[in-house]
Design a protein around this ligand. Sequence first.
Ligand code: FRU
Length: 577
Amino acid sequence: MKFGLNITLLLAVELLAISCTSEISVKHANNLSSVVSVSESVECLWLPIEESAPEAQVTAVGANDRITPLSVRLSQTKVDYYMPISMQGVERLRVENCSYENICWQQLTTTPQAPDSSYRQYVHFSPERGWTNDPNGMFYKNGEWHLCYQHNPYGSKWGNLSWGHAVSSDLVHWEHLPDILYPDELGAIFSGSAVVDEHNTAGFGEGAVVAIYTSAGARQTQSIAYSLDGGMTFTKYEHNPVLTSHRADFRDPKVFWYAPRERWIMVLAAGNAMEIYSSANLTDWTFESRCGEDYGYHTGVWECPDLFELPYEDGTKWVLLCSLSIPERGGSSVQYFVGEFDGHRFTPDKKQPEADLLNYGRDYYATVSWSGVEDGRKVVVGWQNNWDYANDLPTKGYRGYMSLPHQLKLVNYSGEPKLVTEPAQEVMAHSHTLLSEEAVEVKDKYNAWRHDSKEGAFAVECDIENLSAQVVGLKLFNDSGEWVDVCFDFVEGVIRVDRTNSGEVDFNPRFPSISEAPLSESTEQHITMVVDRTSVECFTDIAAISNLVFPQGRYSRLSFHTIGGSATIRNLTIKEL
Ligand code: FRU
C-alpha cells in the first residue's frame, strides 16, 4: 500500500522532519535515515544525482519482498542529472546514509526527465541512461541482434551491475529495452553470454534463450537465467549458482555449442588464466582444463574470454580472446592466442609472453562475439573505453559506449595466422558516397575534403602508395582547431594515432595519448577509418586502432600530408554512414 496523507500527518510527530508534495512524501527517521513513498498513481520516481556525492543505500521495499539495496549518489548540494526508479509494486524506498539536509529531498520528482544528448555518437551504441562497461549476453535470433551490457541504471558511474538490453536489426540503429537481469541475493550481475537452446537441452523449453552470467556477491559464482519470449524477459534458474570455485576472480562465462561432443563448452576467467568446463544441459558443469598460466601478458587479472573457430588456409584454427590491463600497452587491452581446441583443452600454437593485441587503440575492451550468427561470421563488439579513465568521461547522465560491431578473420601474415578486424558488413552497408577520387599525389599537404554537415558519422577509405616519403599522414580536424593525426611512419614501420589535441582531453591525465600499431612491410597501405561524434576507429591490413575523442564539434575536414617525399592516395572514398 502506498502512502495516504492522513497517515503521514499522524506519523509526523515521531519523525525528525517530513516533507510532502501531493505525490511524494519524505519522512526522516533520523539524520541519515529516511523513507520515501509516493501516491498510488506514481509509476516512476526520478532521483536527483550528484556524481561526486557519496553513495546512499536505497532499498525498494515491495508489498511482499525486499529488493537488494542500491547504491545511489543522491544529490547533496546540486543536481547533475536524474535517474528513474520504478515504483511499481514498491511500497516505499528506505534511504540510508543520506543526510536530511541534502537537497535531494526537495528535488525528487515524478516529472520525466529527458536523457542527456551531449556527446552522443551516431552509429556507436551508448545506453540511454546510466553507466555501461562490458557488452554481455549477445545473441542473434529471428533477424535481430540482441546486445546486453553491464549497466548501472541508477547512476553513470560503475555500480549496481545489471544487464541492460537493446536490440537492432542492422547493427546501427538500437532500440533501448528494459533491463533484463537485476542484482539478487547472490550478488550483482557481472559479465556473461547468452545462447539459444534450440534442442531444449536444459529443459526450459525449445528455443529458450539462456543467459549465463557471473553472480558477484561475497564470492563470484556462475548463474543462469532463461527466456521463453525470445529474450525480452528472463527467469532466474531456481538452483543457481550452477558453478562455484574457491578462486576470488572467477567470472565472465562465455558459452558455445561444440557439435563434435554434443556438449556446451564454457570458457571463463579464473584468476590469471582461463578455465574450460563442459555440460550437456547448461546446468551441470564438468571441469575440463585450465590454460594460459604460462603464456601471454599477466599484467592484470584475466577477464572476458571468448573461444571460437575461424577458417584458416584450407582448414580452421581456434582463437582465444582475453581482456586484461597491460599498462605498457595503454591499459585496458584484448590479447589473443591462435591454436587448437579438441573439445577439452585449448593449446596455443606458440607460448609467447607478449601476445598479439586485437586492437591497438586505447578504447577497446571486453570484446566478445554474438552467438547464433547464421552465416558463421564472428561478429564481435568491445566496450569503447578504458578502465584508466572510464569513470571520468565527460558525459552526464550516461557514460560509456560500445565499439562498432566488427567482424574477425584469420589471415596468413608472414606465414603465421593473424587475427584481423574490419567493421561488420552491416555497418558499412548503410553508407552513401560523399566523395570519390581515383588518385591524387600528395607532397607536403593536400586538403582533401570539407563537409558542410557537422552531423552524422562517416567512413574514409583509401590506398596509400608511398613513393618516397618517410611519413604519410591523414589529419581530421574541425573549426575549433582540434585534430586527430593518423600517421604511417614508413621508417619506423608503425602507424600512430595522436589524440593529444583532439578536443576535451584534460578530464583525466591518462587520456591524452598517441597509440601505435605495427605496419605491414609494404609501400602500399589500405586504411578504413570510421569517424563518429566521439570516436575514430582505424582499420589497416593488419591492425585496428579504436580511440575515443571529445571534440567540441565533430571533425568535418580531412587533409593528407607527407614528410620527406611524396605519396599517391588512390581510391579515396568518403561515405556517410
Ligand atoms: C571487465 C569486468 C568483468 C566483470 C565486469 C564487472 O571490464 O571487470 O571481468 O564481469 O567488468 O562490471
